[in-house]
Design a binder for this molecule. Structure first.
Ligand code: C5P
Length: 299
């Protein structure tokens, strides 16, 4: 018997970042939107905890105890005083180390799948709490849709989305370390007052109305200057997507994936082709939002 769970990627349509806290994390107003790129996590009983991964970028995924899916299985097992005797297979379609929460998706997926496999019967709020222990973005990977995350991004309230939004994601060569991007944020902010992060009501209204032009005008990522400081060439990718017809462009989360909001599926295909032809990215992926959260397949 095995259990399979499908989990979406995310883009941050607003990421307002506050000053570093004493614990090293940053308070956020983080508006997450799940997009239709998915990893599929399958768990099967085994003698010991093992992880395998397939997909075009599989060789970039760590298969040891640092993998969030493995940590999720260990965390759930330890909560219930059982051994995590499970094999986890990840079919990876979310760009790796990209600011799209691919690792978090695998953590949320493995947690839900193991809970079903082991019959540990966690409630949705139990699962969200365990997700928050695994990482700041993991609760949203479980929840999907759209949500405002405050605190370090893990305290979620869901948001209404009034229509479909279309996106192109440009996948950069190599990754960017999230802690390194936050450290660069701190370096750039040194000596300046960092305002308390707050959700932008105009952006929340744009999501609720399904108004793509209003959303394009209000997209904002406070980590973008830090990501561009570490990877200046990402500015060329942003320019290439805008020149190709995107309504707006921004770095996705801590990067290096860049996100382009477009007005239709047709524009998405055109912008993706233009980005690839520009030679400023390794791959271009088309997706729409909102996407559902972690879903047990076959239920
Ligand atoms: O929570 P997560 O493990 O995903 O965070 C990875 C790193 O990103 C943290 O160790 C921290 O350096 C940084 N981070 C932060 N503030 C947040 C979320 C993450 O500084 N709200």
């Amino acid at each position: 018997m095995s259990v399979t769970v499908r989990v979406p990627a995310k883009v941050n349509v607003q990421l307002a970042v506050g000053a570093a806290r004493p614990d090293g994390f940053h308070d956020l107003a983080n508006v997450f939107l799940a997009v239709s790129l998915y990893d599929v996590v399958t768990v099967t009983p085994a003698d010991a905890l093992t992880v395998t991964c397939s997909g075009p970028d599989a060789d970039r995924v760590p298969l040891d105890g640092t993998n969030l899916a493995a940590r999720a299985a260990e965390l759930l097992a330890s909560r219930h005083g059982i051994e995590p005797r499970v094999h986890i297979h990840i079919e990876k379609d979310i760009p790796v180390a990209g600011g799209m929460a691919g690792g978090s998706a695998d953590g949320a997926g493995a947690l839900l799948a193991c809970d079903r496999l082991w019959g540990t019967g966690s409630s949705p709020s139990d699962l969200l709490e365990l997700c928050a222990e695994l990482g700041s973005d993991v609760p949203f990977s479980l929840a999907g849709g759209a949500a405002l995350g405050i605190g370090r991004g893990e305290q979620l309230s869901s948001l209404e989305v009034g229509g479909a939004f279309h996106w192109v994601f440009a996948v950069a060569d190599g990754g960017l370390s999230t802690p390194a991007v936050y450290r660069e944020f701190d370096r750039l902010a040194a000596g300046r007052a960092v305002p308390e992060p707050a959700a932008d009501p105009v952006l929340i209204d744009a999501l609720r109305a399904g108004d793509v032009n209003a959303l394009a005008a209000s997209l904002a990522n406070g980590l973008q200057p830090a990501a561009l400081s570490l990877r200046p060439e990402l500015a060329t990718t942003l320019d290439a997507g805008l020149a190709g017809g995107a309504l707006a462009a921004l770095v996705s989360g801590s990067g290096p994936t860049t996100a382009f909001l477009v007005d239709s599926q047709e524009s998405a295909d055109k912008v993706a082709a233009g980005l690839l032809a520009s030679g400023t990215c390794r791959a271009a992926r088309v997706a729409s939002s909102p996407a559902p959260g972690a879903t047990v397949l076959g239920d």
